[in-house]
Ligand binder design. Structure first.
Ligand code: ZN
Length: 80
């Protein structure tokens, strides 16, 4: 009955590959990037400003729309 064992191994390999493909969804990634790169009000590409503070080793990220003049996505990153 060696043939049955071979079939079991093949099945588990197929299931593993299917699970890996299920977790990688490029559509979610591109939608997320579009949401943070474009103005939610008018769709204009946002202009990003990075302020680096070398005293505290941090970077502040600010995005603003050149059309609506709104500011969004203010985030702080630590360089340490
Ligand atoms: Zn806008």
């Amino acid at each position: 009955m060696g043939g049955d064992e071979k079939n079991k191994n093949t099945d588990s390999k197929v299931i593993t590959e299917f699970r890996i493909h299920g977790f990688s969804k490029p559509d979610y990634r591109s939608q997320f990037l579009e949401a943070i790169n474009y103005c939610p009000l008018c769709g204009t590409e946002l202009f990003f400003v990075h302020k680096t503070d070398f005293e505290y080793w941090s970077v502040e990220e600010e995005a603003h729309c050149p059309t609506c003049h709104i500011r969004t996505n203010k985030q702080s990153f630590s360089l340490q």
